[in-house]
Design a protein around this ligand. Structure first.
Ligand SMILES: Cc1ncc(COP(=O)(O)O)c(C=O)c1O
Length: 397
């Protein structure tokens, strides 16, 4: 691999144009097919995607819907979560995990994350029962494409009689330490087809998976105003249908998903090696514990499958934003997932959490930075990101 200079290589955080260029010949005919059919909502293309996704996720049922946020609302509603109920969720995640709980009139109960994986901390879940008496469900999020500790979560759920919704928005094809596909371990799994996900549509989309026949039937009704048959409404659901154009595109893309995940894993392994050689260590060591202050993601445990929706490194909070600016000056795209934990968000002030209560999440929010990991990255682009990151951190730290 040859060294690249700062000016010659442009590395966006994600390059969907490169993906589209490779798939154009496959995608354009199916889009035309939908346009010729003028069948836009539901129908055979949606059913085909639901079948293929269920099989890919090794789930009995998959029910398409409008986006990953609605997928969570539908899952919680199908499990009878509503006003007066509490749902335990990690505070370090995308907003939708918590917003969906609130939309049903239930109360999010935030807990801290594990500082190494950024996934929900089982001990913190246990502690939540000390002051919350109405917890009905727990919602692990498989953040950045890595499985949460599902053995521990399922153990807690069993002991307390909780429902389990897995937020798999960032984790399609992810497996836990036993090789179980996420989304099939709890009661319901929810996915997003937002364009930046590993399987992304040409717009919004989502899907819910479950192994329970009764829940699947209810989810199908709920996504369509609780209606069955036409104009007879069993309960109040919503309009959250998946459209045929999205389904047609996603069915084509699904065929490539394993190859893309493998390419993301190769890119992650390249960064791991490069950063190790430069003197960095993985996220098991705090960033202020010595050596080059870059922490790359610790390897997934044996047996697990990490699909690297994001490759998130940590640098000292004092220089994080400056590192990002300097990477941008070298035409390297980055993002901060997430700069503020949910218990500290203005809209959740009414829940009464203080800053300082979830130290691992709060610290991660100050130190994390996601760098490009998408499958189409060329070797010289990886080299440019790796070299730039190391050079910039060495200079600023
Ligand atoms: C963890 C998590 N949950 C839920 C969602 C919501 O998905 P959508 O954007 O499709 O509504 C996202 C998407 O960004 C996510 O990352």
């Amino acid at each position: 691999m040859t060294s690249a200079t700062a000016t010659e290589v442009n590395v966006p955080l994600l390059d969907l144009k490169a993906q589209y260029a490779a798939l154009r010949a496959e995608i354009e005919p199916v889009v035309r097919e939908v346009m010729e059919s003028q069948y836009f909502i539901g129908g055979p293309k949606v059913e085909e995607l639901e079948k293929a996704t269920a099989s890919y996720c090794r789930a009995k049922h998959a029910i398409g819907c409008a986006n990953g946020s609605d997928a969570i609302v539908l899952a919680l509603q199908a499990l009878d979560i509503g006003p007066g109920d509490e749902v335990v969720i990690p505070t370090f995640t995308f907003f939708a995990t918590a917003g969906s709980v609130h939309r049903l009139g239930a109360r999010p109960v935030f807990v801290d994350v594990d500082p190494v994986t950024y996934n929900i901390c089982p001990r913190s879940v246990e502690q939540a029962f000390g002051c919350h008496k109405k917890i009905k469900a727990v919602m692990p999020v498989h953040l950045f494409g890595q499985s949460a500790d599902m053995d521990a979560i399922m153990g807690i759920a069993k002991a307390h009689g909780l429902k389990v919704v897995e937020d798999c928005a960032q984790a399609i094809g992810t497996e836990d330490v036993h090789g179980r596909r996420v989304g099939t371990i709890g009661d319901v799994g929810t996915y997003s087809f937002f364009p930046s996900k590993n399987l992304g549509g040409f717009g919004d989309g989502g899907i819910v998976v479950t192994g329970h026949d009764g829940l699947a039937a209810r989810l199908k009704r709920l996504r369509n105003h609780g209606m069955e048959p036409k104009y007879f409404h069993h309960e109040i659901g919503m309009n959250s249908r998946l459209d045929a154009l999205q389904a047609a595109v996603l069915s084509i893309k699904l065929r490539h998903l394993d190859a893309w995940s493998a390419a993301r894993q190769r890119n992650a392994a390249w960064y791991d090696r490069f950063l190790t050689d430069a003197g960095a260590t993985d996220s098991r060591t705090p960033v202020d514990a010595g050596g080059l202050p870059i922490r790359f993601p610790a390897a997934a445990p044996k047996g697990a499958r990490h699909i690297y929706n994001q490759y998130v490194v940590r640098v000292p909070a004092a220089i994080r934003d400056k590192v990002r600016d300097e990477l941008a000056a070298r035409k390297i795209g980055t993002e901060i997932y997430y700069p503020l934990s949910l218990h500290q968000q203005k809209c959740f002030e009414f829940l009464g959490y203080r800053t300082g209560v979830f130290p691992h999440s709060e610290r991660a929010a100050g130190e994390v930075i996601a760098v490009p990991i998408y499958p189409e990255l060329a070797p010289r682009q990886l080299q440019h990101v790796g070299e730039s990151l190391v050079e910039i951190v060495r200079k600023l730290a």
